[in-house]
Design a protein around this ligand. Structure first.
Ligand code: ZN
Ligand code: ZN
Length: 409
């Protein structure tokens, strides 16, 4: 009897969890369906300017490459606990764009926006981003600035972040999230000066591409998902770039370089995305493809060997052989937030690699247990303060559970 009740509860929890996952999977599924029809980007579409034609070739497709995990991972988690853990990152107050984009990793762009003072129906995050009127009412300023190349969303200045709610946290963050949610380049959005489309953000991003930028990871992810099969692009200074060069730069950077966010782990995420994009729409040379495989494979092996007993990885994760490595595994709350940051981010790229490069299911299982427990134990204030780490943790849990619950789509 007790077992039957438990199983009903599990069923219910699985259904609820599936609902949370639905935003992510539905967008990706629709996008897969549409992109599999190979609908090409149409340079003759209304609003497509001649300068755009120089930047984006006609081979560019409206829909980005999908980078959902290719192989299901066998992770066993209590569905009800996972749902409770994931719900803890739901935004509850008026939040900056960068924070909402983090929440959308878990809840999808269709999530209702937290807007306490609004009496009407709450719009979705997507509606707010696409509508200049709603965005200005919510954030206090328009999200996009028109430039001679397209549309630009400015980067937040950490010192003034309280007053810059409409800005993104990383250069390329907004476009890379659009790509991950399968938003087509033809998606319209309005600004103070008229109606534009997501392709205008891509054009501005291409125009401002600069290999020396201290943070290139999000831009690389956006370009790797939207540009292929186009292999080269030219920035506003007339410099031509290609994906092999992008791969070299991502592999060259040290994980502890100045200006790198999130312990350098987005470098590995960008490489994993690039390899997956190349798998769908080839853009890399044979040599670079092999080099990225080797580079990511090396880190998968080292991370497997260095995973701590509780399933996490600590700050300084890349100093694999350092004797101080295991000493950092203290359980002060701050150390735990840091380990959540590193662990959620590692899981978030490792399930994107090609199936033959995946770590064992046990590595994911142990990391997932650590992330679930950390999400459930952290105070709501701590989650708010360390929002990026906990959102990545929740996203990793959702992806692993989603993949485990419905492995055969
Ligand atoms: Zn991050
Ligand atoms: Zn983040």
């Amino acid at each position: 009897m007790e077992r039957a009740t438990q199983s009903i509860r599990d069923d219910k929890a699985i259904r609820l969890l599936s609902l949370v996952c639905i935003a992510t999977s539905l967008a990706a599924f629709v996008h897969l369906r549409l992109s599999s029809k190979g609908d090409q980007f149409d340079p003759s579409a209304p609003g497509y300017s001649s300068s755009a034609h120089e930047v984006l070739q006609s081979s560019v497709q409206s829909y980005p490459v999908s980078v959902r995990p290719l192989k299901s991972v066998s992770v066993c988690l209590d569905a009800e606990q996972t749902l409770m853990a994931v719900q803890r990152v739901m935004p509850r107050q008026r939040s900056p764009l960068g924070g909402l984009m983090h929440a959308a990793m878990v809840l999808g762009l269709d999530m209702e926006i937290p807007w306490p003072s609004r009496a009407d129906r709450l719009p979705s995050l997507k509606e707010v981003i696409y509508s200049n009127e709603l965005a200005t009412a919510y954030f206090g300023s328009p999200i996009f600035v028109e430039t001679q190349y397209g549309l630009h969303n400015r980067l937040v200045d950490p010192r003034d972040s309280r007053f810059q709610l409409e800005r993104q946290s990383h250069w390329g963050q907004l476009l890379s999230e659009f790509a991950k949610h399968g938003i087509p380049l033809t998606q319209e959005l309005t600004t103070d000066t008229g109606t534009f489309a997501v392709r205008d953000i891509l054009q501005d991003t291409v125009a401002n591409y600069n290999t020396n930028d201290p943070q290139i990871e999000w831009v690389c992810i956006a370009l790797a998902m939207y540009l292929p099969p186009q292999r080269t692009w030219v920035n506003k200074f007339g410099h031509r770039f290609h994906f092999d060069q992008m791969a070299d730069e991502l592999m060259r950077r040290q994980f502890n370089s100045d200006g790198l966010a999130c312990h350098g782990i987005h470098l590995l995420e960008a490489l994993a995305v690039l390899l997956r994009a190349d798998f769908e729409r080839p853009v890399l040379s044979e040599l670079r493809r092999a080099m990225i495989r080797q580079h990511l494979g090396k880190h998968v092996t080292r991370l497997t060997d260095s995973q701590l007993a509780d399933g996490s990885w600590p700050v300084g994760w890349h100093a694999y052989s350092s004797p101080a490595y295991s000493v950092r595994n203290s359980d002060s709350p701050n150390q735990r937030h840091l380990r959540v940051h590193v662990t959620g981010h590692h899981v978030d790229w490792m399930y994107l690699v090609l199936p033959d490069m995946l770590p064992s299911d046990e590595v994911f299982q142990r990391a997932a247990e650590f992330l679930q427990e950390s999400l459930l134990c952290a105070s709501q204030d701590a989650i708010q303060e360390h929002y990026c780490p906990y959102c990545h943790a929740a996203h990793a849990l959702v992806t692993l559970s989603n993949n485990a619950v419905a492995p055969s789509e």
